[in-house]
Design a protein around this ligand. Structure first.
Ligand code: NAD
Length: 399
């Protein structure tokens, strides 16, 4: 009997996942996109053809893969019909509506995969799925397996490169599976990237890369005089001492949170939560020319060539776009989650608080009041508190 998976979403990643998985023998793919008329447009545009992928492998070789989903639908009952696993392949802000859609149809022994999950995915999954959650496995990949983009909606995508290794957190649950959940996901993804199990999901949430953008934005713009600029400033490679210092302080608070968790629960290995400077030195070793300090690691990092601050063009020049995903996603589905975990173990976070306070003003939201996560919009974030998890014991219940 073939394995059947559901791919949720309709963007670059969902196209790629749908086609790569459907290209495998013995794997059937349902696609569900709830966004506008995307499912209908995808179905009509693809007709009886397969989705085609232009693949560039990491050794420079190229190839073409073809895969045809069984169905592309907006209807959760059809989408969930007979599936062994559900892959969330949409930006984090859209996860809630997919959880709401699948919850009525999900059966025990289903594998749930956030691809990427991004900070707080597990809290949301556990709350939204209710009783059945403990009989499912919940995995969260730290990023998408590929750099990919749609070339022609519905019909053609491009894989520009595969990640070599990808960290995955796993809440195993008590389901029964023919293949262990991690191995199952690896089989669906193929050889690359190699999935690497991380220690525990709390550590992964604290190491989410959403930590980087908000402090850099804060450092750059919190004293901005409001005058438009002649051009968009360079983002990472333009960081100054103040921005690097803010990022460093935010990172220190996250590390202090991990240390406190490790102190209260010595059985939890939090050693993967490392200062951002160390992280740069490890993960971008080959791309950084001067790794003497945090600022130099960012300024001399080739992987960041050409990346600019998100700006809007006006008649008078460029002004910052404070609602870009660097804030609209990395605050409620990033820094606020870390703040929430810190609050669960009573660690003070003055730097994180300053950044969130500034950013929530730009977003027109209220997450923290003073230094406490009690603003009226906490419920729209993925902080543990938004789902009723209030202390370390709550966070550890599902491990
Ligand atoms: P995408 O921008 O292509 O996603 C767009 C899709 O999201 C739409 O097609 C729709 O299905 C859904 N969507 C958009 N607006 C919506 C709305 N208002 N309500 C509901 N649904 C809506 O995203 P992607 O490139 O597939 O990336 C998915 C995730 O992976 C993102 O978090 C992204 O940051 C991350 N990521 C992407 C890449 C890449 O190469 N594309 C690489 C690494 C990480």
């Amino acid at each position: 009997k073939p394995t059947r998976i559901l791919v949720c979403g309709g963007g670059n990643g969902a196209h790629t996942m749908a086609a790569t998985a459907a290209a495998l023998k013995n794997v059937e793919v349902n696609v569900m996109t709830l966004f506008a008329d995307e499912a209908q447009r995808w179905t009509d545009t693809l007709g009886s053809d397969s989705i085609e992928i232009d693949v560039t492998y990491n050794d420079g070789n190229t190839g073409i893969l073809k895969g045809k989903p069984r169905i592309i639908t907006k209807d959760p009952a059809q989408g969930m019909d007979g599936v062994n696993a559900v892959f969330f392949v949409v930006p984090a802000f859209a996860h809630q509506q997919y959880f709401d859609a699948i919850v009525k149809h999900i059966k025990p022994n289903t594998i749930i995969v956030g691809m990427p999950g991004q900070a707080g995915f597990e809290f949301q999954a556990l709350k939204c799925l209710g009783d059945v959650a403990s009989k499912c496995a919940i995995l969260s990949l730290e990023s998408l397996p590929w750099a990919c983009r749609i070339l022609e909606f519905a019909r053609k995508v491009q894989i520009l490169g595969f990640k070599d290794v990808l960290g995955v957190s796993l809440i195993p649950g008590h389901g029964e599976y023919s293949l262990p959940p991690l191995q199952f996901v690896q089989t669906i993804l193929g050889k690359k990237p190699a999935l690497k199990l991380t220690q525990n999901y709390i550590a992964v949430n604290l190491m989410a890369k959403s930590i980087i953008h908000p402090p850099v934005l804060y450092g750059k713009w919190h004293n901005w005089d409001g005058k438009p600029l002649a051009e968009a400033p360079v983002f990472y490679q333009g960081v100054d001492d103040e921005q690097a210092d803010m990022l460093s302080k935010v990172s220190d608070e996250v590390v202090a949170t991990a240390q406190e968790i490790g102190k209260q629960r010595p059985d939890l290995d939090m050693s993967e939560v490392i200062p951002i400077l160390e992280w740069y030195r490890i993960y971008y070793r080959d791309q950084i020319t001067d790794s003497s300090n945090l600022k130099s690691c960012m300024v001399t990092n080739k992987a960041y060539n050409g990346l600019l601050h998100p700006m809007e063009k006006t008649d008078a020049g460029f002004v910052p776009n404070f609602k870009y995903r660097y804030t609209s996603e990395d605050i409620p589905f990033g820094l606020v989650v870390m703040k929430g975990i810190a609050e669960c173990v009573n660690v003070k976070t003055p730097a994180i608080d300053s950044v969130i306070t500034w950013a929530q003003g730009k977003l027109g939201k209220e997450y923290i009041v003073g230094s406490e996560l009690k603003g009226k919009d906490v419920g729209t974030t993925r902080a543990p508190q938004a789902y009723g998890f209030k202390n370390l014991e709550d966070l550890c219940k599902m491990l």
